[in-house]
Design a binder for this molecule. Sequence first.
Ligand SMILES: [Zn+2]
Ligand SMILES: [Zn+2]
Length: 332
Amino acid sequence: MAKTDSQWTLFGWQGITLQVPADWNLGRVDGDYKSGYARLDDAEIVRAEVEWREGKKRQLPIEQLVDRYVAGLEKKAKKSDLPFAVTRRARFLRDKRWLEGSEYELFIWEADYRTYNLARCCAECGRIVLLRVLTRLQEKAEDLVEGVIKSLDDHAHEGQVCWSLYGLHFQLPADFKLSSQELKSGHLQLCFAKDRQVCRVHRVSLAHLLLKDTGMGDWYEAFFRKQLRDFKVAVEEAPVRGHPGLRVRGQPRSRWLQLIRPLPFLNPRPRQFQDSRVWHCEATDKICIIDHLYRKREEGDDLPLRLSDGYFCHQDSQTEPPGHAQLPASAQ
Ligand SMILES: [Zn+2]
Ligand SMILES: [Zn+2]
């Protein structure tokens, strides 16, 4: 990939962040904050994979983790009769100062692709991360590899975890844990939970079609009808970060009304409040929705508006993702 023509973007998932070329997109995710896996693909091949695990007190040194990992790969390559070569303690990064103080190993392995690997135990949080960047054997990719690997960050900052995928970016307090996700291109949905609070982030595509014959408020109430049925809902127009938008507030229906509704017998739905922000981002043709559900009135603290801050749906040239203001050198 040429040095000058690539646009870079931020990928963020479960506290792992990376700067990657804009055409690398999330292909697969697995696991949770404690341990997990994410894969980024371009239009043709897998481009990067990252695995993470919480550091434990008694764990193998990084070098031995790499021994074990490489032995596994060799075995697999043998079975499938692939040529396989590995270079341990490889020197493919020009700048390694950022790794000082942490236990790590850089290594390369080649089969039908070449992969550049960093295995590291973070000196700050103890998380163990294996990051690999894949290139074709004939590809000149030193700058690209260095740009991606050097941008690795693996923990929350000031209590905020950065989530960034498919052009959707936000920071969420670290005590909200991802509880479910649906990553369909027409409708992204991430659901987070903290104690008995829930935060849901939605992004719906093709806004111009959805809003062609209807206002945003009517669209919202129809789209989320099922979810809204337990609330007394008040919708008001309220721009969100320069976009036309709504604030939707839901109060629990009276206990009496809830009583006469056909509620599930064993699992009655909880009485809760809802505070949501909904807006139309014309620049990206999306409708963005952030819901906050909570049990006690005083827990409503306008979380959706704070989440919408800065660079949720599109980036002005003025707005850089906080904490990631600088792109890898190779991107400039
Ligand atoms: Zn860390
Ligand atoms: Zn926008």
